[in-house]
Design a protein around this ligand. Structure first.
Ligand code: FES
Length: 202
């Protein structure tokens, strides 16, 4: 079974939230098609670009005229590079005529703005109330222990980063998670193990 078949199988087995099945399957299918196109061309598609100051300046300039541009800029930088590079703090501050402390404070406040490159795949486990009430904390603790990492950590092979999130809007499917931005409802050990296999391509 190749990786594309495994991924399709993973989605069809219903690993998306039951209330959002089409979102999950469609976006995964689109990404797989893009990945297949890249493989057809003999290329492996990186999820994020290498840090590039010139590219960062372009992104900042493209969002600089928005009202309240800090968050859109930071999100765009994470979309491009996967994290907020140290140099980006100064670039954003300078472009918006704000202090480095202000930008640093915003980056530190929001969990989405990680400061280090993530692994190849990112799993976000919800830590908010509805998921807590459905055994989310114990499930997450056992999972992290088994991987040998803590919150925000990346597996030794670089395949998977596990982060916490605070309500993914999937409370009806608690405990919930996002895998590379795609919803997974009613997570349990079997589903988490499948995520790890998927991330490692095994
Ligand atoms: S509390 Fe977990 S998705 Fe809302």
């Amino acid at each position: 079974m190749n990786k594309g078949d495994r991924t399709a199988s993973w989605a069809v087995r219903g690993f998306g939230c039951l209330t959002h099945p089409k979102i999950s399957v469609a976006s995964r299918a689109q990404r797989e098609q893009s990945r297949r196109n890249q493989q057809y061309l003999g290329e492996e598609m990186p999820r994020f670009g290498e840090w590039d100051q010139a590219r960062a300046r372009e992104i900042i300039a493209a969002h600089g005229n928005l009202e309240g541009p800090v968050l859109p800029i930071l999100h765009a930088l994470v979309d491009e590079f996967g994290y907020i590079h140290e140099e980006a703090i100064g670039l954003v501050a300078s472009a918006l005529n704000l202090s480095r402390a202000e930008i640093h404070g915003t980056v530190s406040f929001y969990h989405d703005f990680r400061r280090e490159p993530a692994g190849e795949h990112v799993l976000k486990l919800c830590r908010a109330e509805a998921c807590q009430s459905m055994n989310g904390p114990q499930l997450a603790r056992e999972f992290l222990n088994e991987l040998g990492i803590e919150w925000g950590g990346t597996t030794h092979d670089g395949a998977l980063t596990v982060e916490g999130a605070f309500c993914l809007g999937l409370c009806a499917c608690a405990p919930s998670a996002l895998y590379d931005g795609e919803p997974i409802g009613r997570i349990d050990r079997e589903r988490l193990d499948s995520v790890v296999r998927e991330a490692r391509g095994t």
